[in-house]
Design a binder for this molecule. Sequence first.
Ligand SMILES: Cc1cc2nc3c(=O)[nH]c(=O)nc-3n(C[C@H](O)[C@H](O)[C@H](O)COP(=O)(O)O)c2cc1C
Ligand code: SF4
Ligand code: SF4
Length: 270
Amino acid sequence: MIYCFSGTGNSLGVARRLSEALGERLLPMTEALGTAPDFASPEEPLGLVFPVYGWGLPRFVETFVEALPHPADATPRYVFAVLTCGDDIGRTDRLLSRALARRGWQLAAVFSLQLRNTYVCLPGFDVDTPQVAAEKAQRAEAQLEAIVPRIAAREGSTQADIVPGACAGLKSYVLRPLFNALLISDRHFRAETVRCTGCGRCARVCPLHNISLDEATRTPRWQGHCTHCLACYHACPQHAVAYGFFTGKKGQVGINSYFRGPQGAAKDNL
Ligand SMILES: Cc1cc2nc3c(=O)[nH]c(=O)nc-3n(C[C@H](O)[C@H](O)[C@H](O)COP(=O)(O)O)c2cc1C
Ligand code: SF4
Ligand code: SF4
């Protein structure tokens, strides 16, 4: 069983590929939140696929893991995670391992894959050029091909399977709490009303149903339970969604699975 969270489609593409290659069921974390996994057998693995946000777990994924019921039986089960990122994961593997351990699950293997970057909210961060994104996708494809048989064989992972990056501890244990406290919120989102056509796509793609359209003005309203996936920003056909003061000239990636080309369906996320 593979649980996936994805804002803009990178992780969904990976999860779909794993699900097909391993013959495992794929479930959106948004739908499975708080429910006990109904494993068909003691051999069935538990897989988690999600993006790295601020060198750690997306807040929604933290909530998902915190709500994961303790294992129903005493048989040790193979638990693996595949993390997608733009550059590096810091100590996300350790944060995840501890969060799972608190719920009674033991993480056996963690892999990280670099894919197109989606973070644009601070100065100095922008989407990748098409060439860089394509190179990352190609490398990720090759890595996935190598990972699948290892998961199938229930192998553990090593440090070589992840990219912590420089100053990993500083990023995950010092910068991350600041990032979460100051930036992981929807209070800095707004729609540029001169551009917004009221199409509602931002609301449709939000995996947490955190956006409603104002009945009178047809502009989006953020409802306060955002995990900062930026799907609303990247999906807007008018580039009308802004976050703070730095996103006006930044690029957009759209919502898609990188395995299926640049233009995905409007609700192609989890
Ligand atoms: C709020 C936010 C924070 C991010 N933080 C990181 C990070 O710490 N390290 C990194 O390499 N990529 C980071 N990224 C990039 C994403 O992890 C990466 O693009 C991921 O594959 C997106 O997956 P998705 O399309 O499934 O949402 C961040 C993206 C967002 C939106
Ligand atoms: S997707 Fe863009 S244009 Fe459409 S309602 Fe949202 S902000 Fe407005
Ligand atoms: S409001 Fe936007 S950034 Fe927040 S969870 Fe929804 S789509 Fe993601």
